[in-house]
Write a new protein. Structure first.
Length: 388
């Protein structure tokens, strides 16, 4: 099968949706499919071992408490897109966050026009990842998404949502069911990564309980909430250390808070290569994902679980889907510094509980490995092609 994946984001900026796409693409190609990634940008991309089509000038913006990209094709770029789609004649185009302005929508429209003219027979599948926050902005976004999905369904052959929360604000049409397929990734490199015996951030050996945060440093991921909870643990005299792996708009605020509160044993890794993730997870005792809102699933949770690490997380709708079975030990009230402190303290003081939850997590993570996901995705693709 000849497939195109459309990524609306800068592929040089790490994120869960991009990771999901790249790991699925790798599995599809391993099984003989021809897959091309279409993404915005004109800059030299990172080394990716797959066909890549970069098109359009992107502009980074802040939306829904996170960073996103706007890409709009004009003139020669639109003609280039039409020629590319007609020349490649993909069997199927798979969109992710299709309403991200405006590249995916332009690709969908161009493909529909070429199909209407009989020049291609491409079918269209879209995966929806978004969960708006419980706020006035979230209320408005849910209604916008409902209306946009109603319009988009006229051009889509199959629809996927990564969770119930991501499907909740989509228009429902009897002849176009919403397939619930969780976000997945390739966890093979996480399974047997041994921890490294190396000095701690201040030269001491690792006798402290090492807490790890992995992700973008922005309001939606809750890094400042974690720093306040860590401060409370330090005030209690608990033997803890903290590593922050990632970058973002709140990185400066995080550094300022660390200095103002005089937080000891904090390591800032900044932005890192994707290939270092298994080692980063291996060298912690537990992970923390305090995102208070806006999460549809939680790839960072399943990465930690595949690494055999327990993960304390905020009970937003996406994280609840992954951790509900162990909610009493692992989920805290979103935005509550004290509840996060309490959950972290319990794991810090109970190594046997950490071990039990680590074993459970490693087993549970296999459900979200892309090797388990691929057969279900293929059934969706088959249904889309049969609509022709």
């Amino acid at each position: 099968m000849k497939i195109a994946f459309v990524c609306p984001y800068d592929i040089r900026r790490p994120g869960g949706v991009l990771r999901h796409m790249l790991d699925i693409i790798a599995q599809l190609r391993e099984h003989g499919d021809q897959v091309t990634l279409i993404a915005p940008g004109l800059e030299l991309p990172p080394p990716l071992n797959l066909p890549l089509k970069l098109i359009g000038r992107k502009r980074a913006i802040r939306i829904n408490h996170g960073e996103s990209d706007i890409t709009l094709l004009w003139g020669d770029e639109r003609r280039e897109l039409n020629q590319f789609l007609e020349q490649e004649a993909f069997d199927l185009i798979h969109f992710h966050t299709v309403w991200e302005p405006f590249l995916p929508l332009q690709i969908l429209w161009a493909s529909l026009q070429l199909r209407k003219q009989g020049r291609i027979a491409t079918r269209h599948v879209a995966t929806f990842h978004e969960t708006p926050p419980d706020s006035v902005l979230g209320w408005l976004l849910r209604r916008i998404y409902w209306g946009l999905s109603w319009l988009l369904y006229h051009g889509l052959d199959e629809v996927i949502a990564v969770s119930d929360s991501a499907a909740a604000h989509l228009y429902r049409r009897a002849d176009l069911p919403i397939h619930n397929l969780s976000t997945c990734a390739d966890f093979q490199s996480f399974l047997d990564q041994p921890p490294l015996d190396q000095p701690g951030p201040h030269g001491d050996t690792f006798q402290r309980v090492r807490i790890l945060f992995v992700g973008r440093m922005d309001e939606r991921k809750g890094v400042l909430i974690l720093l306040r909870a860590y401060h409370l643990l330090v005030q209690e005299g608990l033997p803890v250390a903290l590593t922050l792996a990632g970058d973002g708009v709140q990185a400066g605020q995080a550094q300022t808070m660390i200095k103002q509160l005089k937080l000891p044993h904090v390591t800032l890794l900044g932005r890192f290569e994707e290939g270092l993730k298994p080692t980063i997870y291996a060298n912690c005792d537990l992970c923390c994902a305090p995102a208070p809102f806006g999460e549809s699933f939680g790839l960072v949770l399943t990465e930690a679980m595949a690494s055999g690490k327990p993960v304390v997380a905020a009970a937003n709708v996406g994280y609840q889907q992954v951790l509900a079975e162990q909610a009493e030990d692992l989920l805290c009230q979103p935005g509550s510094v004290e509840d996060l402190r309490d959950k972290l303290r319990r794991l810090v003081l109970n190594p046997a509980l950490r071990q039990r939850l680590g074993v459970w997590g490693r087993q549970e993570a296999q459900r979200y490995d892309c090797r388990s996901y691929l057969p279900r995705l293929r059934r969706v693709y088959k249904a889309a092609l049969e609509r022709a």
